[in-house]
Design a protein around this ligand. Structure first.
Ligand code: 13P
Length: 249
């Protein structure tokens, strides 16, 4: 089945409001003709600016994290209704940097994914193994454990509303991109796990993330089970990010 390519720019903790505005103005003319899903994930402080500047275009906007509660005594957190009010459409959940540096747990993700869906925010759920995990031959065990835990409270019928990003930790920000074989194998495995849950797995978009650049994107995006990319470093430059969108065909 034909899945619409999904190319997302995860800026991480980069870009002020002024820099975000400059990026959007540079990106829009470069991707005006695309039929792909193009998503920009700015830091919270630049969400409003990016949402307003892309109005009337095909660009969609995602936050990089979200608390599962609607409101409450959770200092420093942001909720789904707060994002929806801004017209944010999606949210990255479970990025490995949040798991590694900020104690994001599978238990919290099991609450965050359904909370996002309940507010019509599209979750972009990140999974991926560490270098030690891959070396120990545990890639599939890790992926299956994360998927089953993080999606435990999502109804099978809702699984196609979730976007999955396969991001091997050893490939993030290292310039060490997964080989096409590794990316395909892992993304096909993820689809199999979802199929095993009874989901319409052929409808789920599965992205690859980890050192995606304009010069390696076409090969990765052509893989049968890789439906898009979650781009870090190369997404900070509008020209490079537009080239990656174009590489999706
Ligand atoms: P890089 O593209 O910088 O490796 O980052 C990948 C990533 O973590 C996207 O979420």
């Amino acid at each position: 089945m034909a899945r619409t390519p999904y190319i997302a720019a995860n800026w991480k903790m980069n870009k002020t409001v002024a820099e975000a505005a400059e990026f959007v103005d540079a990106l829009l003319p470069r991707i005006a003709a695309t039929q792909h899903d193009v998503v920009v994930c700015p830091p919270f402080t630049a969400l409003h600016e990016v949402v307003e500047r892309r109005r009337g275009t095909a660009v969609r906007v995602a936050a990089q994290n979200m608390h599962e509660a609607e409101s409450g005594a959770f200092t420093g957190e942001v909720s789904a209704p707060m994002l929806v009010e801004l017209d944010v459409e999606a949210v990255v959940l479970g990025h490995s940097e949040r798991r590694q540096f900020f104690g994001e747990t599978d238990a919290a993700l099991a609450r965050k994914v359904p909370a996002a869906l309940a507010h019509d925010l599209e979750p972009i759920l990140c999974v991926g193994e560490s270098e030690e995990g891959r070396d120990a031959g545990e890639t599939e065990t890790v992926l299956e454990r994360q998927l089953q835990a993080d999606l435990a409270e999502v109804a099978d019928a809702d699984l196609p509303r979730v976007v999955i990003a396969y991001e091997p930790i050893w490939a993030i920000g290292t310039g060490k991109v997964a080989t096409p074989e590794q990316a395909q194998e892992a993304c096909a495995f993820i689809r199999d796990v979802l199929r095993g849950r009874g989901a319409a797995a052929d409808e789920v978009r599965i992205l690859y993330g980890g050192s995606v650049k304009p010069d390696n994107a076409a090969e990765l995006l052509a893989l049968p089970d890789v439906d898009g990319a979650l781009v870090g470093g190369a997404s900070l430059d509008a020209e490079d990010f537009a080239a990656i969108v174009e590489a999706a065909g």
